[in-house]
Design a protein around this ligand. Sequence first.
Ligand code: ZN
Length: 151
Amino acid sequence: MSDLRELYQEVILDHSRQPRNFGAAAEANRGARGDNPLCGDQLRVSLRVRGGMVEDVAFEGSGCAISMASASLMTQAVKGHTVAEAEELFERFHRLLTEEEPGELGDLGKLEVFSGVREFPIRVKCATLAWHTLHAALARGDDGEVEVSTE
Ligand code: ZN
């Protein structure tokens, strides 16, 4: 397990130091702000959604390594997928982090690096912030900007 843990830590450090899709999505038509006052993580997710597809997604903001890495990996995981797939992935990721025995979750790819966070309930909010913000942006509909808070 220790090798796996090390690998997971490397992925998290890599993505927090060099976040992918950092900035604003081009011609964005969805957006939301996320706030995790417990840790001080603040971010904004913007998307361009067309025909039920997440054509582009990006985030900006600041926070702890877990929140930044999670946002970075979230954008990679949902870009080019349908809105339905993004919502389904959010649901599985949330179960991975919050359920004692999540059961069969299927392949979560790199998102599995956050499985260890489950042991640290305060950190769960850091790891899910970008996803809650994504969910709020998608649920809002056209040209909306909403705010979500983990509190
Ligand atoms: Zn945090």
